[in-house]
Design a protein around this ligand. Sequence first.
Ligand SMILES: [Zn+2]
Length: 167
Amino acid sequence: MGLMTNCVIHDYKKIVWEIRKKSFPEIKGKILIIETKRLPFWAFFIWFVPGIRIIFINYEKTKGLSKFELKALFVHELCHAIQGKRIGYFLFWIKLISYLTFGKRLRAEIENEADNMAVDRGYFKGIYSVTQKIEDAREYSKYYLTAKQIREYYYFQKDKNTFAIAQ
Ligand SMILES: [Zn+2]
């Protein structure tokens, strides 16, 4: 006990498996999870080869996240897998390379869409909470939606759906 009580070791593989089963059944193949602290990202997604995807997780930056928030972070990464699936493996790499080099607008588009998709799939609270933590850590990047924008998107969609049902 003692020292160990503050130390939560998350089973990343299990968390991703649970989310896949519940919300991303269309993603087939293997997803490897690589734990690192060397990346400038909290997490990062790569469609490595057609049947293998990789999610890098920065255990250093994410150590303050609850399981609930960690889940949302992985959901965001799995939304990148969906984006890749839509355009195909070849275009995924073209986009990834421009994302990492000159494609600033593309980068914002991809990241904003992933957050919105995560909200659409029912993870608003988690995404909102993670984004708040990133903002609190002063690691907010202009390519991502702010917590406020995520909340606005959520309520906008909710109102739209309520209106559609009322029709
Ligand atoms: Zn992302």
